[in-house]
Design a protein around this ligand. Structure first.
Ligand code: ARG
Ligand code: ASP
Length: 677
């Protein structure tokens, strides 16, 4: 995950692997480059501009809440898809924005001078920003630490806040396979949606206005229909969120062996309780589908990380790398014991912090899953607003939104499992900080924390009383204090661990420096850990072997969609018009060399959360696919990238274009796009 400004050092390797561009074609400040088409989508995903009229491509799961917000029972765009037939029909999205990167500059020397003069990091960043004033509307500048404080970059970006929904396939296409297929290969998900950036008539960024016009984009991506082959060069350009590839090996071991099993165990409880209820009751299915998807996304990834780490002997490799660093420095007289001392210090801190980190984890997993707490939090907001004579309309609306997707009985069952497991952990291991006494006393006081009445009596059901009566009902409910009580206990715990975690992090600065010196001495560049800044990863297209004797092909086709199709199933059903279109095999110019319609493909590009929606580019920089996932067997790439089993998953751009063109019939969109021949 290279910083685009450091690509020159990679250029010869990339060219050797087939790239037919120069580093400055990928990133340049003063000349047009691929960079100009890449956007940080809403701050949580990546998108790319694919027409000179500001058309943006990103994932369906990235556009999901925008699509959802325009949906109703009558116009269910999540279910049926949405295609704006004209610009007038494109739908504005309050709060959604895209950021373009204007420039990235290495300001390490400046920051270091300030730091040496005794400033804190925060003060130093401020000083740098002051001496680099930027001109222009909606410009944003920030200084970011790279390599754990060994390098600093100044990022200037420009925000466009009028981003409209243009098109989305039905969820049966955009989310085909849903949670069962999530993180899984072979994959057949058409995970894409389209938006358009609007600007003021003079081209400048502007909030939504009906006078705004589609952005005139100078360097949109060109789309390639010539397809992908095993061994081809590919590149992912986007905004990966967070990786931790250089942590001391004991830290990674603690994550994998101690922390992830706790998280998985707690999520098992929630997911299995929800799942059985969702299967029985279609109403609960609708209410909990989105919660289920987000809880299971992490749960499934972590299981993959634990298994992948073990299958790839990842901890052994990380330990070996760590030893190499120590060895190098031991032979170096200036710093002979520094690396060794650091590792020892880390190891002490890691075991010292273990119980506290575990304790924090229980809070972090349980508090957000316990619906009764969320009720308590929202009820507290209402009561506070009422006490402060603030209009209650807003806070009551939030509570009503919560109620719409809340099932008290299901929450009672799931939270019972969670709390019992929390108490049990606290009783078994007295070194853990678990509010056992509080939970037990509260439970007794409420005649059983899990008595049915407690949940059923929550004052939310169709609130048609006078506000004043409603407020008192909230205030007097037995569960009213649960949230403030547990929150303050959680905050106390965090305050205690914070200093120790800060100390740990400060050690990372020096460790990273020693790590880089040792690697550079052997002619190896080290890519910085991801931190949501713009990055380029590159690698080869290709399948892999997840297990002895088993081989995954690098691509899938529409045949597999029909193979997976289960009528009436909530994950694998298909709309009949879509199925018929597929069966007609009218693939036109989107077919591959065998006459099949390509759907997804794999490559060995290092990606992580945040890379969703990133363009997959070929050797000429043309768009060949849209990144949206990784294979389950390789999700440990966040800690350790194993080239033999870590693969990112992309939708083939030919499938996307087939859906837009042949299924949706959106000619007006196809005609704005630039196809390479
Ligand atoms: N696993 C992908 C990522 O981490 C896709 C998640 C969305 N899909 C889902 N079924 N939850 O974002
Ligand atoms: N699905 C992830 C995302 O939404 C990408 C990944 O974790 O590979 O960014």
């Amino acid at each position: 995950m290279w910083l685009p400004i450091n690509l020159e050092g990679q250029e010869s390797n990339m060219v050797a692997k087939g790239m037919k561009m120069s580093a400055s074609d990928i990133y340049s400040v003063n000349n047009g480059s691929l960079k100009d088409a890449i956007v940080h989508f809403g701050g949580f995903c990546t998108g790319e501009v694919i027409s000179s009229k500001g058309l943006v491509l990103t994932n369906h799961h990235c556009g999901y809440s925008a699509i959802q917000s325009h949906s109703s029972i009558d116009d269910d765009y999540l279910k049926d898809g949405f295609w704006a037939l004209s610009e007038e029909m494109e739908k504005p999205n309050d709060g959604l924005y895209v950021d373009f990167i204007v420039s990235i500059e290495d300001v390490s020397n400046e920051v270091l001078v300030y730091l040496d003069s005794g400033m804190t990091e925060k003060e130093a960043f401020k000083a740098v920003l002051n001496s680099h004033q930027t001109q222009g509307l909606a410009m944003r500048s920030e200084v970011r630490s790279i390599y754990y404080g060994n390098q600093f970059i100044l990022i200037v970006s420009q925000r466009f806040s009028d981003v409209r929904l243009v098109g989305a396939p039905p969820s049966a296409v955009g989310k085909f396979g849903a949670d069962t297929d999530n993180w899984v290969w072979p994959r057949h998900t058409g995970d894409f949606s389209m938006f358009r950036i609007y600007t003021a008539p003079d081209g400048s960024p502007s909030e939504y206005s009906n006078k705004n016009i589609p952005m005139v984009s100078k360097n949109p991506l060109t789309i390639s229909l010539s397809g992908v082959n095993e061994g081809d060069f590919s590149m992912i350009y986007g905004f990966p969120g967070r990786t931790t590839s250089y942590l001391p090996v004991n830290e990674v071991a603690q994550q994998i062996n101690t922390m992830l099993p706790i998280r998985v165990k707690l999520r098992d409880i929630v997911l299995s309780t929800w799942d059985s209820a969702m299967r029985l009751d279609p109403m609960i299915k609708i209410q909990y589908a989105s919660k289920y998807a987000s809880v299971s996304n992490g749960w499934k990834k972590w299981i993959g990380q634990m298994e992948g780490m073990s299958a790839s002997y990842g901890l052994d490799t990380l330990r070996y790398r760590q030893e190499q660093v120590v060895k190098y420095h031991s032979a170096n007289h200036d710093d002979a014991f520094r690396a060794l001392d650091l590792v020892e210090e880390f190891n002490n801190q890691i075991s010292f912090l273990e119980k506290e980190r575990q304790s924090v984890l229980y809070y972090q997993e349980i508090l957000p899953r316990w619906g009764l707490l969320r009720w308590s939090r929202l009820a507290n907001d209402i009561v506070n607003d009422s006490d402060n004579k603030v209009d209650l309309v807003k806070s009551i609306k939030v509570l009503k939104d919560f109620e719409r997707n809340y099932n008290p009985e299901l929450d009672r069952r799931a939270s019972k499992g969670l709390i019992n497991s929390w108490i049990e952990a606290g009783l078994k291991d007295t070194l853990l900080n678990v509010p056992v006494k509080y939970l037990m006393e509260t439970s007794a006081f409420m005649q059983g924390l899990f008595n049915k009445d407690l949940y059923d009596s929550l004052p939310i059901k169709s609130h048609d009383k006078l506000d004043s009566i409603f407020v008192e009902q909230c205030r007097n409910h037995l569960a009213f204090n649960l949230w403030p009580d547990l929150l303050s206990q959680y905050r106390e715990l965090i305050a205690k661990t914070r200093q120790k975690e800060i100390k740990f992090k400060s050690g990372m600065k020096e460790w990273m420096r020693l790590y880089m010196i040792a690697n550079n001495s052997r002619g190896r560049d080290v890519a910085p850990d991801a931190n949501s800044s713009m990055r380029v990863s590159w690698g080869e297209i290709g399948g892999f072997s997840p297990k002895d004797g088993k081989r995954y092909n690098y691509k899938t086709t529409a045949k597999g969609i029909l193979e997976k199709y289960i009528p009436g199933d909530y994950e694998f059903d298909l709309p009949s018009d879509f199925r018929m279109k597929l069966e007609s095999m009218d693939y036109g110019k989107y077919a591959d060399e065998d006459g099949e319609l390509p759907v997804c493909f794999l490559a060995a590009n290092h990606t992580t959360g945040g890379n969703s929606g990133s363009p997959a580019l070929n050797s000429k920089g043309h768009l060949i696919g849209l990144n949206f996932d990784r294979v389950w067997e390789g999700t440990m790439s966040d800690f350790y990238f194993a080239p033999e089993r870590c693969r990112n998953i992309m939708v083939d751009v030919r499938y996307i274009m087939w859906v837009v063109d042949k299924y949706a019939g959106a000619d007006r969109l196809i005609s704005e796009i630039n196809f390479a021949n």
